[in-house]
Design a protein around this ligand. Structure first.
Ligand code: NI
Length: 160
């Protein structure tokens, strides 16, 4: 069974067209994706990968363990959805513990630090402008280009 490479390419490599003075991206056809399988196959902790895009947002998955770093996103909300395991999100005024199947939105401007005591698989939905660790840069920080690196997705039988 052959692997299917996902089709999202870095923005710069996409063909572009122009409609009425607006730059529009020519997007590839949408693929069926399995966020949990993609997350499970990732080798590195805290290294999100883009698995889908919709309008001005990306859907990303990551495999995480330990703590990321305190940071905030001044202009973007960030949705965390737990695919497997449990994730604690520390914020300055409270801490939430998310279990498998649960979701939480960290509002824009709220400082937060995600922590996973044990390995956890997460899905994120956030605007394309969202920086991995906000204005902080650590050795865990991943650029958008790194998050757009193709992954090997598990193959799936086409629908009959
Ligand atoms: Ni964040």
């Amino acid at each position: 069974m052959s692997n299917v490479r996902h089709r999202i390419q870095p923005r710069a490599s996409r063909p572009r067209g122009s409609v009425a003075n607006c730059q529009v991206e020519v997007l590839s056809m949408s693929d069926v994706v399995s966020p949990e399988k993609i997350a499970a196959a990732l080798a590195e902790h805290w290294s999100p990968r883009v698995v889908a895009e919709l309008d001005d947002s990306y859907v990303k998955v990551a495999k995480v363990q330990g703590s990321l770093t305190w940071h905030s996103h001044d202009d973007e909300d960030e949705l965390f959805y737990i695919l497997k395991g449990s994730l604690t999100i520390e914020m300055e005024d409270r801490t939430v513990v998310l279990r498998e199947g649960e979701a939480f939105v960290v509002p824009k401007g709220v400082r937060h630090n995600p922590i996973a005591e044990h390995e956890c698989h997460i899905m994120l939905i956030e605007r394309k402008t969202t920086l991995h660790t906000g204005g902080e840069v650590t050795d865990k920080t991943r650029s958008l280009a790194e998050q757009l690196v193709p992954y090997e997705a598990p193959s799936r039988k086409p629908d009959a």
